[in-house]
Unconditional design. Structure first.
Length: 91
């Protein structure tokens, strides 16, 4: 690693997120109950599956998609972020 790589890693480690903040994340996993999203924080976040179902009950997201999410709660009981796609003003 170069000095620039270490600097970037250090700066990324100092980032904090706050409830109510809008972030861009990457979909990591889709389960029957939720979608797991990486927003560049120390833990992933989860969004209830209902937020991704269209009227025809088909899912409108896939693994690898970049989506805008709202941070609803920083630490759930499981240590995950609670996120919302629907509450994000950016659709």
């Amino acid at each position: 690693m170069t000095a620039e790589d270490f600097k970037t890693l250090y700066e990324d480690s100092l980032k904090t997120i706050e409830e109510g903040q809008i972030l861009r994340g990457t979909v990591l996993e889709i389960t029957p109950d939720h979608v797991t999203v990486d927003v560049g924080y120390k833990s992933e976040g989860q969004i209830p599956m209902q937020e991704f179902l269209k009227r025809n009950r088909k899912i409108d997201v896939k693994v690898g998609d970049q989506i805008e999410v709202l941070i609803e709660k920083k630490n759930s009981e499981e240590g995950l972020l609670i996120l919302s796609k629907e509450k994000s003003p950016i659709k």
